[in-house]
Design a protein around this ligand. Structure first.
Ligand code: G3P
Length: 215
């Protein structure tokens, strides 16, 4: 499973990249708004740090606007992926981008049927928002199970990118279900390596290590 970081914070992205396990980056307008930089500048700075797919989202909601903004985002750097909302105009634009060789990440996916449409349109990635489904008292991971099954039934090339991840358990479940990618907030990336028994065991080994005769 590929690890992306879900962030618009360059410092966080650099720290995650330094761990050596980062495959890409996803951003969204809410994340980039926190950074206070123009979108193209922010995306170019991220592309200079991470050598992998970097999703930048269009703000237009009409077909012509999505295509115009998407081409501009794709022109920023060869690794840029155009993030497009899962609406009819967005799906139409995804088909256009696919014909032009521009990679896409279809975002705000909340149903198996929406994911089916994204794949049929030729999306590179589809982003189901798991945490936001959990927030409505439904089981977000059931959607991942559905999409993985649908894509495998028809051999679609579209990759399932698990988004709106809130906890290490989400990452574990995504991996068990065979999702291609998980985009993870920095805080959760840090939590992944932690286990109290690892810390306790290490403390004991270090203590006992001091008792080994030197020489
Ligand atoms: O980038 C899209 C997604 O990961 C947003 O997550 O936590 O705002 O639902 P969240």
């Amino acid at each position: 499973m590929k690890f992306f970081i879900d962030s618009g914070d360059l410092d966080e992205i650099k720290k995650a990249a330094a761990m050596g396990l980062l495959d890409g980056v996803t951003t969204n307008p809410s994340l980039l708004a926190k950074g206070g930089k123009p979108m193209k500048q922010a995306l170019a700075e991220i592309a200079a740090v991470v050598d992998g797919p970097i999703s930048g989202e269009v703000l237009a909601v009409d077909y012509e606007g999505i295509v115009r903004e998407g081409r501009e985002i794709a022109a920023i750097h060869k690794n840029l992926v155009v993030k497009v909302p899962l609406i009819p105009a967005g799906l139409r634009a995804v088909k256009t981008f696919a014909a032009e060789g521009i990679k896409t990440n279809v975002t705000l996916c909340f149903s198996g049927n929406q994911a089916l449409l994204a794949a049929k349109a030729g999306a590179t990635y589809v982003s189901p928002f798991i945490g936001r489904i959990d927030d409505t008292s439904h089981e977000g991971m059931q959607l991942i199970e559905q999409i993985v099954t649908i894509y495998s039934n028809y051999d679609f090339d579209t990759e399932v990118l698990v988004a709106s991840v809130r906890s290490p358990t989400h990452v574990l479940q995504a991996a068990l279900l065979g999702a291609h990618v998980c985009t993870i907030p920095f805080k959760v990336i840090e939590q992944l390596a932690y286990h109290p028994l690892t810390d306790l065991g290490l403390a004991k080994f270090l203590e006992d290590g001091k008792k080994i005769p030197k020489g």
